[in-house]
Write a protein that binds this ligand. Structure first.
Ligand code: ATP
Ligand code: MG
Ligand code: MG
Ligand code: MG
Length: 566
């Protein structure tokens, strides 16, 4: 493709509202453009990347034997009523009425729809197992859309749903999906880790998240440098192999308290049973002097998930979230903001009926539940007390076997069991001609999030450096003064034709821009291989080549250049 025929919308300035590098570079390189909160236009360059990501996913899903379907974005609320999620899902589900006053929602996920389809279409055990996937737009009315397409409201997901007669069959497909995901993320050129994840109320050990390692990630993952063990931090201690449990505890303690005070000690002080803690978050922006720990305490599980989301918001640097935003997330009254704003530990009690019941402080006498009359002086004393307790000598280091890193969740596979099939009565005839409830699995990949995650791992101060498998173009040709030199033009055109004929995707910069502008645009856009054609090179029988990650360009003899490039 020629740049004269492509929308190149690059900017030098870093947009002030973009805090993570991928968001900044996607805007600067003209990959995406914001439309409204959490909604983005994908520009032509971006779509090329997106289609490549989709193609790799589609290929591996097909290879695994899954069948592609396409389900509507708009979903009738009746099915959500039937599954029970109309109540449970909360405000992330965007609901609306059609002109006949019938209730609909924009699909944040498709368990209800696929289960309904399967209960109508599949009659016999002979048709199973079956795994259906789609690559489709999702809408989640995220409370705080952020980081560009990393956490947007509308995004593209590859979601798959498998159906089985028994758990063994489910396990088999689950394992196949696990392998397919490893192939997909490897082909995407990402540094990733599959980690064991919480199965929530469904139980069992059938859930893994796939995380791309990056500082900007919103999750903490724990993994062993010595074994295969890797898990979400919520689970790490519980599921660590015996030999590594102590190391896991040690590593988690460090994450939880920057001054290395143990969770036990904090729990003890807060008169809290440690096993009740399901998630320990270090509040971003906390430092040695201001340790702030947020604990999510075990209670009713359904509530857990919803409120963990809310807690994420509290875990942001306080400057970023306004009191109003925190209150809106917490769904509580203005008076109860005191302790949050004052940076004291937030204790979340999952059994509480309302967020305002569990945003509370603690002192040596026990919990202090806030109310409208929060006493700021008393709180200040309390804060000082807590800081004294969590200060102190660092605990001895572990043996260094468990690492905790930030991760971006790009994929999630899950053994659903019969939760949805029971609720929707999805049955088929078994070998004895009896109707039997199906077992289900579900498997998601955030397609648009993958693009951002790839950039988080591949950039420098000049811009994006695309992994070869998803780059919008593999090679760019930058001719010097082409519009003044027929010789250069001819050579560049010939090179363009030759590479294109070989099936290489080439971006031919035929604009009459200064070389500096062209170079910096190509670097920003992130094309891995750059070919420069100029008068001097032609005189010397040479072509200038530069790999995006190299410091220096190199001159390569024109003769044999193709062999060099291939
Ligand atoms: P998160 O924990 O980041 O909110 P999730 O666990 O809610 O994600 P899943 O329901 O597991 O997400 O959906 C499958 C995949 O969809 C996720 O692994 C992620 O890659 C992607 N995804 C989820 N929410 C978003 C979003 N708001 N924007 C972009 N991608 C998303
Ligand atoms: Mg989510
Ligand atoms: Mg998640
Ligand atoms: Mg998930």
């Amino acid at each position: 493709m020629r740049t004269s025929n492509l929308l190149i919308s690059t900017t030098r300035e870093t947009p002030s509202d973009a805090v993570v590098i991928s968001h900044q570079l996607m805007l600067r390189a003209g990959i995406i453009r914001p439309l409204a909160g959490g909604l983005y236009n994908w520009l032509p360059l971006g779509v090329r990347v997106l289609r490549k990501v989709e193609a790799i996913i589609r290929e591996e899903m097909n290879r695994s034997g899954a069948q592609e379907v396409l389900m509507p974005v708009v979903q009738p609320m009746e099915l959500w009523e039937e599954s029970g999620r109309a109540q449970d899902y909360g405000p992330e589900l965007l609901r609306f009425k059609d002109r006949h006053q019938r209730d609909f929602a924009l699909g944040p996920t498709h368990e209800e729809i696929i289960t309904d389809l399967v209960r109508k279409e599949i009659r016999s055990y002979k048709q199973l197992p079956a795994n259906f996937f789609q690559i489709q737009t999702k809408f989640r009315d995220e409370i705080r859309p952020r980081f560009g397409v990393m956490r947007s409201r509308e995004f593209i997901m590859k979601d798959a749903y498998s159906f089985h007669m028994d758990r063994e069959s489910l396990q088999q497909t689950y394992d196949e999906m696990f392998d397919a995901y490893n192939r997909i993320f490897t082909r995407l050129g990402l540094d990733f880790r599959p980690v064991q994840a919480d199965t929530g109320s469904i139980g069992g050990d059938g859930s893994h998240e796939f995380h791309v390692l990056a500082e900007s990630g919103e999750d903490d993952i724990a993994f062993s440098t010595a074994s295969d063990f890797a898990a979400n931090v919520e689970l790490a201690e519980a599921v660590a192999p015996k030999g590594e449990r102590a190391a896991a505890t040690e590593a988690l303690t460090e994450v939880a308290t920057p001054n290395k005070h143990s969770i036990e000690e904090v729990c003890d002080f807060l008169q809290l049973k440690k096993k009740k803690i399901v998630k320990t978050l270090l509040v971003k922006g906390a430092d040695e002097k201001h340790p702030v720990v947020a604990l999510v305490v075990r209670g009713d599980h359904e509530l857990n998930e919803i409120k963990a989301e809310k807690l994420d918001l509290v875990a942001e640097p306080f400057e970023m979230a306004s009191d109003e935003e925190i209150l809106a997330a917490a769904g509580c009254n203005a008076g109860s903001i005191g302790p949050v704003g004052l940076n004291i530990p937030v204790i979340v009690d999952r059994t509480a009926a309302h967020m305002s019941d569990f945003v509370c402080g603690a002192n040596k006498d026990g919990f202090h539940v806030t109310g409208a009359n929060w006493d700021r002086d008393a709180t200040a004393t309390l804060v000082a007390d807590i800081r004294n307790v969590v200060k102190g000598d660092p605990s001895p280091c572990g043996n260094g076997k468990i690492e905790i890193r930030r991760g971006i969740e790009v994929g999630h596979i899950f053994q659903l069991g019969n939760k949805y099939s029971t609720a929707l009565n999805a049955t088929v005839q078994n070998e004895n001609s009896r109707s039997q409830i199906l077992e289900m699995g579900c498997y998601g990949i955030g397609v648009t999030r993958v693009v951002a995650a790839a950039i988080e791992q591949n950039f420098d101060d000049k811009g994006i450096i695309w992994p070869e498998s998803i780059t919008p173009f593999q090679v760019c040709i930058v001719p010097m003064q082409m519009h003044k030199s027929p010789r250069v033009k001819e050579a560049a055109e010939a090179m363009y034709q030759e590479l294109t004929a070989k099936g290489i995707e080439v971006l031919f910069d035929d604009r009459s821009e200064r070389p500096g502008v062209m170079f910096s645009d190509m670097d920003l856009i992130g094309i891995p291989h750059r070919i420069v054609i100029g008068e001097r090179g032609l005189d010397n029988g040479q072509i200038e080549y530069k790999y995006r990650r190299d410091e220096q360009a190199q001159d390569v003899a024109t003769e044999g250049f193709m062999d060099f490039l291939m």
